[in-house]
Design a protein around this ligand. Structure first.
Ligand code: 6PG
Length: 227
């Protein structure tokens, strides 16, 4: 795995603090963040809205997604719907919101990301199978050409449903900060495997800075100091 692993009591609170810090330290006028899907992300966004909302000038924020399921934006499985409910509808207007739309060509998102250049933050989760974004073990997107920042993908195991659009490793690598949030006992096996250097999709993520925020239930046992 790449980057720093920080064990925290409250992943959502630590996430909110890191996003606020990244916003305040942003080099440009605007702040470009790519959001994740999943229930850990939902908790992170609700906390960010509650605690970080005031520190961030959302009119300077451009919102992207790290991945999306190819479903309508009002589908319960939509990552866009998750982020709108947990964050965007709670903090007021952002400068721009760029949902991933599978029915549009990849070029539109690729061009949008190309225009941005660097993303300030890419938020990532960890699946129990070691996936992140929609980069699944054994899936085609793991070997996407480096010039592709975003691509379509599917989970060959069938465990994660829906056709997806996802940032590629090259797309994630444009992040100033790739910020992982991992919480709960159900993630410990995957976290242990990534930490041990097993070749899982999440372990391959590179960026200018990679930070893993992991709670004690998911943390590698070797890192847990006996109380
Ligand atoms: C997705 C997410 C995915 C998620 C992990 C963790 O679209 O499914 O982007 O990568 O972050 O599967 O999800 P949970 O937090 O729900 O375990």
């Amino acid at each position: 795995m790449n980057g720093e692993l920080r064990i925290v009591d409250d992943v959502a609170a630590a996430f909110a603090r890191e996003v606020v810090a990244a916003f305040l330290e942003r080099p440009g006028e605007e702040f470009d963040i790519a959001l994740s899907g999943g229930e850990t992300a939902r908790a992170c966004y609700e906390r960010l809205a509650a605690e970080g909302g005031h520190a961030i000038d959302w009119l300077a924020v451009n919102v992207f997604w790290g991945d999306e399921r190819c479903v309508p934006p009002d589908d319960p499985d939509s990552n866009e719907l998750l982020a709108r409910q947990a964050l965007l509808e709670r903090v007021g207007a952002a400068n721009a919101v760029y949902p991933m739309r599978c029915e549009e060509s990849l070029d539109a998102y690729q061009l949008r990301l190309g225009e941005v250049g660097r993303l300030d933050v890419v938020h990532l989760g960890l699946g129990p199978d070691g996936h992140t974004a929609s980069l699944f073990p054994g899936s085609a997107a793991l070997d996407a050409d480096d010039c592709l920042l975003v691509t379509f993908n599917e989970d060959p195991s069938g465990r994660n449903k829906h056709r997806r659009m996802t940032l590629t490793y090259a797309g994630i690598a444009r992040a100033r900060l790739a910020l992982f949030t991992v919480a709960g006992e159900a993630k410990r096996a995957a976290m242990e495997a990534v930490y041990a250097g097993e070749d899982l999709p999440a372990g391959r993520v590179k960026a200018e800075r990679v930070l893993w925020l992991v709670d004690r239930d998911a943390a590698p046992r070797a890192l847990l100091q006996p109380h």
